[in-house]
Design a protein around this ligand. Structure first.
Ligand SMILES: Nc1ncnc2c1ncn2[C@@H]1O[C@H](COP(=O)(O)OP(=O)(O)OP(=O)(O)O)[C@@H](O)[C@H]1O
Length: 260
């Protein structure tokens, strides 16, 4: 007999969001399996950030429901927020705090005892190679350092589900490797990671489950191997979302050396 499927970590049902005449998310329905490393991929403007913002309680949907481990994001926001960590795109942080102070502040906001906050903060700073910059103001952090301190803040309370919007954007290979290590370890312990990315190779190497979003809807979902079939994920993505292979066709005839 097959073991029963565990309830999903995140259950999104018929989610809609428009900005004026622009429909960003159009009836998106998706169950994300618990304990998976999940990649959310889609072309520019597909609705990934809007979806993640609604799923994490940062943006109110026009319609639809989101449950995180059975709790409704909009009916029961305190319970949900205690169980999730978020690294949003373009994260705004308290710039006049040092990295260490930022973590201490976040930990206290999360209700953790001071000594525990300090212990976790120092460990995260060390593992993420930020110990030497812990007393520098966040305002003076580089893009990669900002991603890492944002990740540390998102992990500090040991959430069940971690949502990351483009966590590797603007991050050098060394920092990317560090972030990968931390995320892989976190996911291996049975927690759920959901991250959006445009880098198919990265998604392919990290994720065991993917959802492809296009025009505000899910066009494919499932275990990585099922979604990509016998193609690379890159090719599967291009096949699923459609691609212009003519580089613009008749247009742009003026561009390049031939017409100079
Ligand atoms: N605050 C906003 N006001 C108006 N339109 C918006 C807003 N946020 C998103 N949109 C529009 O909604 C659509 C989906 O945007 P979204 O940022 O969710 O896409 P995305 O998949 O994250 O794209 P990218 O990969 O480029 O980051 C786009 O057409 C975008 O212009």
């Amino acid at each position: 007999m097959q073991a029963p499927t565990p309830p999903p970590a995140v259950s999104v049902h018929d989610l809609w969001k428009s900005f004026g005449p622009q429909t960003a998310v159009a009836g998106l329905t998706l169950d994300l399996p618990a304990g998976s490393f999940i990649g959310l991929v889609g072309p520019n403007g597909a609705g990934k950030t809007t979806t993640l913002s609604m799923v994490t309680g940062l943006l109110r949907p026009d319609r639809g429901t989101v449950l995180v481990h059975g709790a409704d994001v909009w009916q029961d926001p305190v319970a949900v927020k205690a169980r999730i960590g978020i690294l949003p795109e373009g994260l705004r942080m308290f710039e006049r705090l040092s990295g260490r102070e930022l973590l201490q502040y976040n930990g206290r906001l999360r209700g953790l005892p001071g000594a525990e906050v300090n212990r976790r903060a120092e460990e995260l700073l060390a593992v993420l190679d930020l110990a030497g910059s812990a007393d520098k103001l966040v305002a003076d952090y580089s893009t990669g350092m900002r991603k890492k301190i944002g990740l540390a803040a998102a992990l500090l309370h040991n959430p069940d589900v971690l949502f990351l919007d483009e966590p590797f954007e603007g991050v050098d290979p060394v920092s990317a490797q560090t972030i990968r290590g931390v995320l892989t370890r976190y996911a291996a312990s049975g927690s759920t990671v959901v991250f959006s990315s445009h880098v198919m190779e990265l998604v392919e190497s990290l994720c065991d489950w993917v959802a492809v979003v296009n025009a505000g809807q899910v066009v494919a979902r499932g275990p990585l191997d099922a979604v990509r079939g016998d193609r690379s994920l890159h090719q599967a993505f291009l096949d699923l979302v459609g691609v212009r292979e003519d580089g613009g066709g008749e247009a742009l005839g003026w561009l390049g050396g031939a017409s100079r």
